[in-house]
Design a protein around this ligand. Structure first.
Ligand code: PLP
Length: 397
């Protein structure tokens, strides 16, 4: 089947950048040689291999520089989910093996983590002897409860994992406070942050200072799917998830996806250059969209405090509307949005994020995530403002 394009239907208004972003032209260009001319195995010993290795190490240097890390601290992975899994299983596997017989250790996560972290914590606690998983809740805007975190940090804590920004509602977490609480109360704990959503909008090194592990994903930045990285601060004990040829300094085996690493580095470089300007531009468009919809549609609530969310996020709950029906209706009109976290089957799960924020299920039923990005224009927003009120009225009618 040919991919559907704007030419197949109404003009396309893509407001789902938190799900995935259009790949940037410079990324396609930078990756192209590795699909054809430069095909060597980067671990080899001839000119083809050297060319591939040089590109891989240049990409590593670039990613490290942009994230405030040393090149040796960057582990390339096949995306954000793998980076999060490597962080969780890697730290907890090592911690569990160190425990004395009958000993216990804890992984603390926020209650609003992406499934890549929450499921990894749940499965790690189920599989690894002595590992318990504790979730710390959030307030009504999705901000982590630091008092509860402080309480949870008593005892033996192996890992604290708190995302830098939430994928559903966009709330940015106070990572500097999380790190200083963890250092003060559980100095042996490793601190991980899932910066998959945040990296497009925030300077991770400034927004999450002093964390031990940082996960990013290229396709949220205008890069390719299936490419990501975990920054592993020197000295952090981490067991590999994937073993084999010992690549990535024994932290992630497997022949490198050179094109993916180059794509990730190019995308991260581009967003970092444009971040300040784009953040302001996109936040203004987001405000126009949110204010416009709050004004034009009765009985709409905004999930989180706009002051503490990423510039591209606009999460609204439309009373007396089924979100899945609204997504379909908007899609028919060419407006692509999301009803929350979709699993692989495409089914929309009840949102654990909204539940944690205390949003009643009846309100969450009408929740829609509009996420703006680099390609969003004022015309997109005007189109959404024209289409959404009508679609909501139709469903309510
Ligand atoms: N973490 C967050 C916060 C995300 O939003 C996502 C993707 O939606 C992931 C992790 C998973 O990243 P990937 O799609 O690269 O596996």
């Amino acid at each position: 089947m040919e991919p559907q394009t704007a030419a197949d239907g109404p003009p396309l208004t893509y407001l789902d950048h938190a799900a995935s972003t259009p790949v940037r032209d410079e990324v396609v260009e930078a990756m192209a040689p590795f699909a054809a001319q430069v095909f060597g195995h980067p671990s080899g010993h001839h000119r083809q291999a050297r060319a591939a290795r040089q590109a891989l190490e240049d990409a590593r240097d670039q990613v490290a520089g942009l994230l405030g890390a040393a090149p040796g601290e960057v582990v390339f992975t096949a995306g954000g989910t793998e980076a999060d899994n490597l962080a969780v299983f890697g730290v907890l596997g090592a911690a569990s093996r160190r425990l004395p017989a009958g000993g216990e250790t804890v992984v603390i996560s926020s209650s609003v983590e992406h499934a890549a972290v929450l499921e990894a914590c749940r499965v790690a606690a189920a599989r690894l002897p002595g590992v318990e998983h504790e979730r710390v809740g959030v307030d009504s805007h999705g901000v982590l409860d630091l008092d509860r975190l402080a309480e949870a940090l008593e005892g033996d804590v192996a890992l604290v994992t708190v995302m830098l920004a939430n994928n559903e509602v966009g709330t940015v977490q106070p990572l500097a406070e999380v790190v200083s609480l963890a250092r003060e109360r559980a100095p042996r704990a490793v601190v991980h942050t899932d910066a998959v959503q945040a990296a497009a909008w925030l300077d991770v090194a400034l927004a999450a200072p002093g964390v031990d592990l940082v996960a990013i994903s290229a396709h949220k930045l205008g890069g390719p799917k299936g490419a990501g990285a975990l920054v592993v601060r020197e000295g952090t004990e981490l067991e590999p998830l994937v073993v084999g040829g010992g690549q990535e300094r024994e932290r992630r085996a497997g022949t490198h996806d050179v094109a993916g690493a180059v794509g990730l580095a190019t995308a991260l470089g581009a967003v970092s250059r444009e971040r300040d300007e784009e953040g302001l531009r996109v936040a203004a468009l987001r405000d126009r969209l949110a204010d416009g919809l709050l004004h034009a549609v009765p009985s709409v609530t905004e999930a989180a405090d706009r002051k503490s969310v990423l510039p591209g996020h606009c999460h609204l709950c439309f009373a007396a509307v089924d979100r899945e029906e609204l997504v379909v209706l908007l899609d028919e009109a060419g407006v692509c949005v999301s009803a929350g976290a979709a699993c692989a089957s495409g089914a929309v799960e009840p949102s654990h994020v909204l539940a944690s924020m205390g949003v009643p299920a009846t309100v969450a039923r009408g929740s829609i995530r509009f996420t703006l990005g680099r390609t969003t224009t004022p015309a997109d927003i005007e189109r959404a403002l024209a289409v959404v009120p009508e679609a909501v009225a139709r469903l309510r009618g």
